[in-house]
Design a protein around this ligand. Structure first.
Ligand code: CP
Length: 321
């Protein structure tokens, strides 16, 4: 079966690395304005009434898939869900054919999670409907980066993160979450240090911002001494160890003791510092339960903001924002 090769000016959301600053600011402002709809203090909207959003999740998900569904429904849209394990991808159907068939049914947008880095862009090049990247391999997870930024902006009460220092700790190398967070947060002025054992956070990760405009952008570095860094941090994002990607290769046997955010380590953060994690959390491995559920934690705040971010993304891509 051939796919449609259509040159298009369709508006997608594929990544944050090359996102114009004005669009980043618009999405964050739009998401913040939509929060009352998410928390129930404002009624649902009908901006997308009659539209159908296709959630095509060829990798597993809890937060991203459910919050895109919630976002679509809060905007009056219908949704369909295609999950990898129960779809014909299990019979060998390729990503482009899967997406083309969903498009042929008349979906108004595709929200796509896939294991191929660059998979969302590949689909967007071929199909004449908006594609929103919900995580593609080790490339990007743009709505996660936006919700991470929104959580920090809400906490600090300003969009200008100049002078702020965030550490992203753990399984950085394979993390699309880390990449999108770096692009979004440095664009807002935040200085970011990637930390972890060398195999999980190689020195080469310091090159992520190469080729990007540095004007107003925060810095990016790679560090190894987490205990020394703690007192100077305004925020710390712990990453999930992605055993499904590397089988634990490069993960020290004493990971919790050497790199985990234990209660003792969290006590060495400044009083104002906050803790983030994209989820799902390996409790008492990268993040101690008492810290994850404690007063510094923005973890569920991130999740709540994620619905607003996805509402903003749908409105933006469907040109009704
Ligand atoms: N943070 C995140 O992407 O979680 P899910 O894999 O559950 O969607």
């Amino acid at each position: 079966m051939s796919t449609m090769a259509v040159a298009t000016s369709t508006r997608h959301l594929l990544g944050l690395r090359d996102m114009p600053h004005e669009r980043l600011l618009h999405l964050l402002a739009s998401a913040e304005a939509l929060l009352p709809v998410v928390n129930g203090s404002s009624p649902p909207l009908d901006n997308l009434a009659g539209r159908v959003i296709a959630n095509v999740f060829l990798e597993n998900s809890t937060r991203t898939r459910c919050s895109f569904s919630m976002a679509a429904q809060r905007l009056g849209a219908g949704t369909i869900d295609l999950l990898g394990g129960t779809s014909s991808s299990s019979k060998g159907e390729g990503l482009l054919d899967t997406a083309a068939n969903i498009a042929a049914m008349g979906a108004d947008a595709i929200v796509l999670r896939c294991s191929a880095s660059g998979g969302a862009a590949m689909v967007a090049e071929q199909l004449d409907l908006p594609v929103i990247n919900a995580g593609d391999g080790q490339h990007e997870h743009p709505t996660q980066g936006l919700l991470d930024a929104l959580a920090i902006v809400r906490h600090r009460g300003t969009i200008d993160l100049s002078g702020m220092h965030l550490a992203i700790v753990g399984d950085v190398a394979t993390s699309r979450v880390a990449r999108s967070a770096v692009y979004a947060l440095t664009a807002l002025g935040c200085d970011v240090t990637l930390m972890g054992p060398e195999p999980l956070a190689p020195d080469t990760m310091a090159c992520l911002l190469d080729g990007l405009d540095t004007a107003g952008r925060g810095t990016l570095g790679v560090g190894r001494d987490l205990d020394a860094a703690l007192p100077g941090l305004d925020a710390i994002m712990m990453l999930r160890i992605q055993f499904e990607r590397h089988g634990g290769s490069g993960v020290p046997g004493d990971y919790q003791a050497t790199w985990g955010l234990t209660e003792a380590r969290a006590a060495r953060l400044p009083d104002h510092a906050v803790v983030l994690h994209p989820g799902p959390v390996n409790r008492d491995l990268e993040l101690d339960t008492v810290v994850c559920d404690g007063p510094r934690s923005l973890v569920l705040n991130q999740v709540q903001g994620g619905v607003a971010v996805r509402m903003a993304a749908l409105l933006d891509c469907l040109a009704v924002g």
